[in-house]
Design a protein around this ligand. Structure first.
Ligand code: HEC
Length: 121
């Protein structure tokens, strides 16, 4: 009887530990999206991008704006694709790899994608 109790307790604690480890894994940022700071992204956008892309437009090349439909069409509709353009630049848009850190580029790219999804409202 005592032995059975001990075994039962062991089983329960193993089950609880397993659940805990699984929950920790699900919540871990390594598995979720990379952590980005949208407020910081908004400030970076205002300082670096709004001159040409105010309200998600493009005053230099209108067809290359930041509206969701356009981003889909031009296949720039992921955070990584936006970050690639910001990092390396494209035609009349200059590169930001010497001006912004990788983290800042991730933040501003996440902000652009979020704003596009909100239709820049
Ligand atoms: C000097 C004006 C200017 C500034 C400042 C600028 N861009 Fe651009 N951006 C452009 C132009 C021009 C294009 C079109 C490039 C091409 O495809 O010819 C563009 C294209 C883009 C695209 C692709 C849009 C599409 O529909 O294909 C993204 C995303 C983008 N810019 C994001 C940014 C972000 C984020 C910043 C700030 C870090 C920024 N841009 C700063 C001029 C600018």
């Amino acid at each position: 009887m005592v032995l059975e109790m001990i075994i039962l307790r062991k089983i329960i604690s193993i089950v609880l530990i397993t659940i805990f480890v699984l929950l920790a894994a699900i919540n871990s940022p390594a598995i979720a999206e990379p952590v980005t700071d949208l407020d910081h992204g908004a400030a970076l956008f205002k300082a670096n991008c709004a001159g040409c892309h105010a309200n998600g437009g493009n005053i230099v090349r209108r067809g290359r704006n930041l509206k969701l439909k356009t981003l889909h069409k031009n296949k720039v509709d992921t955070q990584a694709a936006i970050a690639a353009i910001v990092t390396n630049g494209k035609n009349n848009m200059s590169a930001y790899q010497d001006k912004l850190t990788t983290q800042e580029i991730a933040d501003v790219s996440a902000y652009v994608l979020r704003q596009a999804e909100l239709n820049w409202k």
